[in-house]
Design a binder for this molecule. Structure first.
Ligand code: T46
Length: 135
């Protein structure tokens, strides 16, 4: 499946680094909501759902973690470990986040406000939503 990543503007100098994300340039939608996941306990995986309409860009701004992406037909895993890089997790993609380092901070830009009704938390329901026959 296609992996879409964004490289952010990266302004480094002798003082350190500064990354910039501008809507329409480094990410594709107005971010109505921003949240972040941190303090993830060892061995814990999160996610295990897809969104019906929500698009998101995931940025691991500290530490690292892995993101499993699954469109119902293909699966792939992407490691995030660069604070100047974002991963698009579009709607209709089942995703699981795992292998968080203890210092990991996963920042998420979301295209809409939180709505539990936008979540598909059951894998068979996800396959049906995507029109994929269960193997
Ligand atoms: C996603 C992945 C990448 C809210 O009340 N508002 C919010 O904006 C969010 C994101 C969560 N919550 C509540 C809902 C649950 O009671 O926070 C609790 C934990 O959420 P959840 O179990 O869905 O967390 P993850 O890490 O499994 O998933 C989160 C996002 O919810 C989800 O949209 O795509 O990160």
């Amino acid at each position: 499946m296609e992996i879409i990543k964004y490289q952010f503007q990266h302004h480094g100098d002798a003082r350190g680094q500064l990354a910039v994300l501008e809507e329409g340039k480094e990410f594709p939608f107005p971010a109505k909501r921003i949240y972040y996941i941190y303090g993830t306990q060892p061995g814990i995986a999160r996610g295990f759902h897809a969104h019906k309409a929500l698009d998101q860009v995931l940025i691991c701004i500290h530490g690292s973690c892995k993101i499993l992406l699954d469109n119902g037909r293909e699966k792939t895993t992407v490691e995030l470990n660069d604070p100047a890089e974002g991963l698009l997790v579009g709607h209709g993609v089942w995703h699981e986040m795992h292998d968080f380092t203890q210092d990991a901070i996963l920042l998420v830009l979301a295209s809409d406000f939180y709505q539990e009704s936008d979540y598909i938390r059951d894998y068979d329901t996800f396959l049906a939503f995507m029109g994929v026959d269960k193997q």
